[in-house]
Design a binder for this molecule. Sequence first.
Ligand code: NAD
Ligand code: TDX
Length: 332
Amino acid sequence: MKNILVTGGAGFIGSNFARTMLDKNPRYKITIIDHLGYAGDESTLGRLKRKINFVKGDIADLELIDILVGQNDTVVHFAAESHNDNSLKDPWPFVQSNIIGTYSILEAVRKHNKRLHHISTDEVFGDLELNDPRRFNEATPYNPSSPYSATKAGSDHLVRAWVRSFGVKATISNCSNNYGPYQHVEKFIPRQITNIISGIKPKLYGTGEQVRDWIHVDDHNSAVALILEKGKIGETYLIGADGERNNKDVIELILSIMGKNKNEYEHVKDRAGHDMRYAINSSKLQKELDWQPKFNNFEDGLKQTIEWYSNNQDWWQPQKAETEKKYKKAGQ
Ligand code: NAD
Ligand code: TDX
């Protein structure tokens, strides 16, 4: 593996992935393709831009993808519409990027016989009850709830069908909720941090008892790097770092780290069809590929993330007003 095409690399996880890979080995030749939608920004690439080849384009553009895949030996496919709340307002871009876009990538890797790693989410499994002793594993049946998770589930099914029917050399990973630098302020953790910095109260959907399984973005990406190196073709790996917390606790922790009273937040309208709990069992990844997360303390990762948003206001300020306007209109 030397020439890597990273789709969606101007977004949160893909841009951090490119940084992780170049830190591991500066000789990797990385090409990023991103259509620079609302969630992808050239400023996210920052100094990385000098070290990579950047192409502005859409992954559903079959001709462009054919050329780019032909020029690289490995494709790591992050590009997707990624926010549940947006998928409830307008599902179409999710079908377009997540399903048709993945189809386009698959046809190109099939034609050129290239290695693909497909990035997916734990949301494809639906949700768990709060008191359910089980966690998701590689055998959990698919049961997605939102248009976002349904289109991600669809993309996973396409990848598996292309592996079985056409012998495409692909692996899949399903990861839990990521946090860390360069995450769009529409998402839960950065929204609350940047609200507090902006003098706006953090916003908790509904009761806030919903549980997410948090993982630092660098731990997600170290697992992806390992799957590229040692993963078995056709296999799926679940990625998670035992980070279950309910939303109310996370808001209170952010407030307390930022020196505020724990009750200085407000409850807003709940998300339609809100999934109750996600939880990942990543023992296959740990046993077969010997993976371990580096951030085993959520509070430390959160402190680093709060510091990053405090020191990088130029990066997130341009997104903030528009994002809050949209939320206000939705009563959130
Ligand atoms: P993001 O929204 O920050 O980034 C996605 C990027 O893809 C953006 O830069 C966007 O412009 C680009 N993109 C979208 N559609 C495109 C298209 N048609 N053509 C070209 N570029 C396009 O999202 P993220 O949080 O970085 O998520 C990346 C991947 O990881 C997604 O596949 C998502 O489903 C998956 N994932 C995310 C999480 C999480 O907690 N954020 C957890 C598990 C899996
Ligand atoms: O302001 C908020 N208040 C709030 O209580 C926001 C934005 C969210 N929430 C709640 C909803 C969820 O229970 O916080 C939780 C996390 O919300 P999101 O950040 O929107 O994440 P989620 O819907 O869990 O999905 C995320 O994890 C899986 C990513 O956005 C997906 O891309 C990924 O696949």
